[in-house]
Design a protein. Sequence first.
Length: 747
Amino acid sequence: MNKSKDFLRRIVQEDLNAGKYPQVHTRFPPEPNGFPHIGHAKSITLNFGIARDFQGLCNLRMDDTNPTTEDTAYVEALKDAVEWLGFKWEGNVRFTSDYFPEIYAYAIELIKMGKAYVDSLNDEEIREYRGTVTQEGKRSKYADRSIEENLDLFERMKNGEFPDGTHLLRAKIDMAAANMKMRDPILYRIRHAHHFRTGDSWAIYPLYDFAHCLSDYIEGITHSFCTLEFENNHDIYDWVLDTLNLTPPRPYQYEFARLNINYTVMSKRKLLELVEKGIINGWDDPRLPTIAGYKRRGYTPESILNFCEQIGIAKANSMVDVAQLEFAIRDDLNTKVPRVMCVINPLKVTIINYEGSEEIEASYYPHDVPKEGTRKLPFSKEIYINKDDFSENPPKGYFRLTPNQPVRLKYAYIITCQEVIKDANGDIIEIKAIYHPDSKSGSDSSGIKVKSAIQWVEAKSAKKVELRLYDRLFKDEIPEGIEAINPDSLKIIKDALIEPAVITDRPDERFQFEREGYFYADPIDYHDGAPVFNKIVALKESSAKKKKAPKTAERPSKKVQIDGEVTPMTAEEETRFEYYTKELKLNSEVANTLARDTKLSRFFQEALKIHNSPINLANLISNEVAREFKQKESLTFTPIQIAQLVKMIDEETISTKIAKEVFEAMSKSGENPEKIVQEKGLIQISDPAQILPIINDIIAKNPDNVAKYQAGNKKLLGFFVGQTLKATGGKANPKVVNELVGKRLGE
Ligand code: ATP
Ligand code: MG
């Protein structure tokens, strides 16, 4: 492990080299006023990780100076989070409240030095006297109280003689300080409140600024890491320790950037609101970014640790894409967990030519995974497949079972649909099919071509399971409040069917349900006889970001199917289809769409005459242009303009991504593509001299990912390429970027 991979580790390394401390000693100091979240995970991995990397120690300290919001349940949740992430704190769990007597003694010392005084202004006066950034503050008249008077008042404050808000203890520093925090900061306030650990023994409580640095000192902490919002408190930290002349070595404070994730709220206060209002089901609701939530959902500690490592430690705040966290869990589970079959929305299939039963042995893991293990899949005449895996009127590009298209049952046989049975409402309730005995997976000699394999379960042996499908809790990238809650964040499916081995063998707690996602046996609600699985994450990054084509475009043109029957092609269509697939090498889906549509095929042939690029033209015409034909009376553009657009792609003037943008503009304005590209400044950037500085910048900002790439994680190439493309608004030439990034990282 590279110990000096981030700026905090470099500081620690230098201090150790210089002999400033014999051993590094950090602490994780949460306030027990809510459940820890993924931001705390970052702080935990940082503090405990640095201690581990430098053979040091790390304390777990509850920063419990606010009696009204704290609770032991939160203490337990914090301990659990640290342990779950695999760390061990030094000694017992510490509590700032354990140091109240010592902190009180330090306050008395400051008073005796003339460095602290009891102030009796009210809140409003205090605010007023503090001044502004541009205006000096004014010291309270009470600052002149004698040491004796201050000692007397402070003791009586402690004994509970005064009501809340009547007096404060303040440090006597500088009411004109540029750093407003240094304008006689408050050290103690009166609080007649019951504390969950010290009960009613204190009527005064120290503030963070006073308690934190002293707790660090008392525990022998060397490096006190905190988030950037405490940057201005740094001076108080030093002032207190220096003024008290504490014997060295003493701790120093260093700030790092807080973790923010899009589509996520992180503050404990906001999370508490969700819990209290019952918007989610408690602190461990799998939709929450709490450690308890991730744990319940099925995230592994490794995935959280990897995520924290990938995002690194920086000095500037930034927003991390939630997709990066999802990547981390997917990446972790991909090679670890068994793959099994679950049918989420069952449709019965009766295989009319199959008699008896058999068991098919199937591996839990794909062959490229270093794990082994198999199970038996019962097979018989009656099975269930997913409703979505059959289509009577298949949209373009549909590869699964249709009345005319056979499909493979994964690990088993190819089946062909014979009959579609519907209920009185016209809903499909059963498929009658035949299987092909010589098509068994692994020994297929049937010669039948299929385009995909689907999951299935055998009817009698399958077990019913409840699935809880989670989506993002918030709709907005930066959620402002509960108005941004996604109403579809939880979907419960009561009667999915799963292959029996998952329940009876229980080879793991986490599974990949083939083609559906990663799932976790709910640690609380799962019972024998009533199994419940939480969806951890989908198999692929959600397509929310990808542009969704309007529904109409997904439907095949009316000509293709009548009443569920595929219309045979006319001789003319057939000739076109042959020509497109054989001569022009179009794939059969695209060729099918174009060949069956006279208007589209004519458009295509016109465009071809201008620019001979069959595949790129056909793709654009069978998708985008076809959509326009369906939605509009007449087109705003001509085949010539489409040919020009494709020519720009082929000449690498623009990327295919930008081409889509140009197309949208053409469909609105009918403008020439060249003109749109010129006006919007969309020309593809292929000049290395222009791209390299951007790459250099991204490399400089992501030292951790560079180190990981160079240590062998070549997958991160995609990360750098993606960032570069993003930084250029999609204008950089992906090929050039790929090459340059590869070269730069290889250096
Ligand atoms: P919240 O605003 O969520 O209540 P906090 O900062 O008040 O968070 P604490 O319990 O006081 O939470 O924090 C414990 C430690 O965790 C502190 O050192 C704090 O800086 C750190 N921490 C809290 N949130 C984050 C975050 N989002 N990213 C990194 N560190 C964090
Ligand atoms: Mg807080």
